[in-house]
Design a protein around this ligand. Structure first.
Ligand code: NAP
Length: 379
């Protein structure tokens, strides 16, 4: 099958996302080995996309944005059963982006200036062996699937009409592809991080920043694990999170006292810190965990956590965690049954990608920001 034409949102130089991203007409080639090509139905945007634009994990340009994708398969590459992707490698990439940004911000002489090869090796990019499960190889041309686009090593990713996926699973009956495309990044991050924290049934877990999508997913996953969940969130999702079974209070000034009011004055057993980088809260989170920094895990405030002895998820993620081949179909099935949910802030036609980027960059999108290339812009 020949290459197919596609619009794609991508960047040829690094910088602020709205300054460097552009919409282009390109050709998407036949899928190489261990890839499928899809007609994109929906793409989820993530904070990691903006860090790639800003130049972290540098590599060959141009590059695309959009890691989370749902679409209809139009071509299948040669599938090599051994060619499974390393799940921990995928998540390490995202964490490494945050870490690199903080390193630069603190000008601490970290490795942000190292060559791409060195940084990507540490991040695990390109580690194609190992533990992760196989893809859904029964999903052939015409199947509606969701999964991930390699947004590190390809000249375009999911923000396009056509995309190449390196992991894909069928969208179960009853699940809107937009909902399916919202899942991969946040479900993988939340599930693997809670697994690393060893959240036990009956443990009290504070999820700080549960109005963010990783936190929102973590609340649901922790409740399924049998934890008692206290969450901080703004007003947009406070009632939803309470309905799911969490006890919720606003983040910001006075947060520790409000959390203790919900726990009857008790410390919590574990804390998961999930907002976008927000220096200054780590001491409060450690105090809420009985003063024990090892009971606090962050996904974004890396340098502050390391300095205070708290845990950083990407420092501890190792092969052996639940592979995406199990995780993503499981959560897609739960979503289809209405037993797992991620709120969509807004789904934009591809031509309105600038508005989508701006909403995510605001830092307060209040839900997943999605692109839906097949949909026409409102007149
Ligand atoms: N290390 C990893 O493995 C990994 C993986 C994925 C993502 N990440 C990082 O995790 C962070 C969160 O990602 P995400 O996709 O969940 O982000 P997101 O959905 O875009 O989070 C934004 C939401 O966070 C809430 N928020 C804003 N300021 C806050 C504050 N100061 N304290 C608490 N909550 C606040 C707001 O919701 P409300 O006001 O409605 O509560 C806002 O809508 C990002 O920095 C991302 O890069 C790391």
């Amino acid at each position: 099958m020949p290459a197919v034409p596609s619009r794609a949102i991508r960047f040829h130089r690094t910088g602020e996302p709205l300054a460097v991203l552009q919409e282009e007409r390109i050709e998407i080639p036949d899928p190489p080995k261990n890839r499928v090509r899809v007609r994109v139905l929906a793409t989820g945007l993530n904070p990691a996309d903006w860090e790639l634009c800003r130049g972290f994990l540098p590599g060959a340009l141009p590059r695309g944005i959009g890691y989370d994708v749902a679409g209809i398969i139009d071509a299948v590459g040669d599938i090599d059963a051994a060619g499974v992707i390393d799940a921990a490698g995928v998540i390490d990439v995202v964490g490494d982006i945050d870490a690199a940004r903080e390193e630069e911000a603190s000008d601490s002489g970290g490795d942000a200036g190292q060559p791409a090869s060195s940084r990507t090796e540490r991040a695990g990019v390109g580690n194609r062996g190992g533990h992760a499960g196989t893809r859904n190889e029964t999903a052939g041309v015409g199947a509606v699937v969701f999964g991930t686009a390699d947004f590190i090593e390809q000249p375009s990713a999911g923000a396009a009409d056509v995309a190449l996926l390196n992991n894909w699973y069928r969208v179960p009956a009853g699940l809107d592809p937009v909902q399916a495309a919202a899942l991969p990044m946040v479900v993988q991050t939340a599930a693997w991080t809670l697994e690393t924290m060893r959240v036990e049934p009956g443990a009290t877990l504070l999820v700080h920043g549960a109005g963010g999508m990783v936190g929102y997913a973590a609340v649901q996953i922790a409740l399924r694990l049998g934890a008692r969940v206290v969450a901080t969130a703004g007003p947009t999702f406070a009632a939803d999170l309470e309905q799911l079974g969490a006890r919720v209070t606003p983040y910001g000034r006075g947060m520790p006292d409000r959390v203790r009011a919900l726990t009857g004055g008790e410390d919590v057993d574990l804390v998961l810190d999930t907002p976008r980088p927000s220096p200054g809260t780590m001491p409060d989170l450690i105090a809420l965990a009985g003063g024990d920094p090892r009971r606090v895990m962050t996904i974004s405030n890396h340098e502050e956590a390391r300095r205070l002895g708290a845990r950083v998820n990407l420092d501890e993620l190792r092969p052996g965690l639940t592979p995406p081949a199990k995780l993503l179909p499981e959560y897609a099935s739960l979503a289809a049954e209405g037993a797992f949910h991620l709120p969509i802030a807004r789904a934009y036609p591809l031509e309105q990608w600038r508005d989508a980027v701006a909403l995510s960059l605001s830092g307060n999108p209040h839900g997943k920001v999605m692109l839906v290339p097949g949909r026409e812009a409102a007149a």
